[in-house]
Design a binder for this molecule. Structure first.
Ligand SMILES: Cc1cc2nc3c(=O)[nH]c(=O)nc-3n(C[C@H](O)[C@H](O)[C@H](O)COP(=O)(O)O)c2cc1C
Length: 369
């Protein structure tokens, strides 16, 4: 039972605050948020999906626009801080390989990748010191990645992010597992992934930290996962309601107003369900309407633009631009707990204080496990 909050050690890097800011596309977690989080001593993540959206070049050359925008966001974040800043990439992206190579070559400290097993990631980042963190929603996925990476590349992941069903954004679960989400699922998954990583650590002598994500809102929530053996927690929803997050004010205010009953699970052209706050667009999609769109570049391998119910990239971009009627605004199950817009530092300091108190309380309890 840890009495104090340890640093999060990933590869050769020691991160003082063991809190990871989860990647949030499209353009929710840009350098502005990631750099601010890293500067506080936690982990900042730039979401690599849809960064070129809204630029002129995007309409003529999507891959170049995405690549250039990613290089620029990494440069900006690195200019803000010497802290730990990486990139999140969805496995379903058509230009995944290009963006993974670009992130590594541009000095991203790590790549976190979910929405599909990132089996080729080590090959794409070879020769760079970029640390690799697969995002999984089951111990089975973690075990498959470890086995494949060992066999193909003679290496293992530098850690795992385990994302449960209470998270925001796209979710690695079946819609029926999310309506309503089962409490305790993340806890069970974290314990199972820990069993897999401990075997791997014993066998290889390397450290494979596990980071829990999805529905963790305060330090008390975080302490539960630290007490289980997780070395870090990932949060996202709470960090949208910060001064530094670069989304439109209307997006943040929607978070402040959101009640539990405003959240729905929608199907997405990504091929996974997602948790979002109801908007006019979301209601139309849920009613079975198809919202036609023009597609200049098929940005998702999983999307079929001729039949997709709506364009997820455009809908997410509308959200950050504040055009909420035509937007998909992703949010975690706990969004109704968001009460105010505060600086990033305040969120992180508050969580650390609460987690320390909770861990101390747990270790003092007579029947603490
Ligand atoms: C607005 C929003 C966008 C997100 N976009 C992504 C994304 O592009 N890639 C990804 O792996 N996860 C994405 N997520 C999931 C987060 O990175 C994170 O793991 C999760 O939301 C953590 O749970 P919490 O929101 O309850 O703190 C998104 C979440 C939100 C709220």
């Amino acid at each position: 039972m840890p009495k104090t909050l340890g640093p999060l050690i990933i590869g050769d890097r020691e991160i003082p605050i063991p809190i990871v800011q989860g990647g949030m596309g499209v353009q929710v977690s840009t350098a502005a948020l990631a750099g601010a989080v890293a500067e506080c001593g936690a982990v900042g993540t730039i979401a690599g999906v849809g960064l070129g959206y809204g630029t002129e070049e995007n309409d003529t050359d999507y891959p170049s626009a995405s690549r250039r925008a990613l290089q620029e966001e990494i440069r900006k974040a690195k200019a803000m801080t010497k802290g730990f800043v990486g990139v999140n990439l969805l496995g379903a992206l058509s230009n995944f390989d290009d963006l993974a190579r670009t992130a590594a070559a541009s000095g991203a400290d790590f790549i976190a990748s979910g929405a599909g097993l990132p089996l080729c990631l080590p090959a794409l980042t070879e020769g760079f010191r970029t640390l690799l963190l697969p995002i999984v929603s089951s111990a089975r996925a973690a075990a498959i990645i470890i086995k494949a990476w060992k066999k193909r590349y003679g290496r293992i992941p530098d850690g795992f992010i385990v994302e449960g069903p209470l998270a925001g954004g796209h979710l690695g679960f079946k819609p029926e597992e999310l309506r309503p989400p089962r409490p305790g699922r993340l806890e069970a998954d974290v314990l199972e992934v820990l069993a897999v990583t401990r075997d791997c650590e014993r066998e290889t002598g390397a450290r494979v930290p596990v980071i829990a994500a999805g529905g963790i809102f305060d330090g008390k929530d975080a302490a539960r996962f630290f007490a289980m053996g997780a070395r870090g927690v990932q949060i996202a929803t709470r960090l949208v309601a910060t001064v530094e997050c670069s989304v439109a004010q209307a997006f943040k205010e929607l978070y402040l107003k959101a009640r539990p009953e405003d959240l729905v699970i929608i199907e997405s052209p990504v091929g996974m369900p997602g948790r979002a706050i109801r908007t006019r667009l979301v209601d139309r999609v849920l009613a079975g309407e198809r919202v036609p769109f023009k597609c200049g570049y098929q940005c998702l391998r999983t999307c079929s633009p001729a039949t997709a119910p709506y364009c997820i990239a455009q809908a997410m971009f509308n959200a950050v631009a504040g055009a909420l009627d035509n937007a998909v605004v992703f949010a975690g199950h706990n969004v109704s707990r968001v009460q105010e817009i505060v600086p990033v530092r305040q969120v992180l300091e508050c969580m650390v204080r609460e987690a320390r108190q909770a861990l101390h309380g747990l270790s003092e309890a007579p029947h603490a496990v």
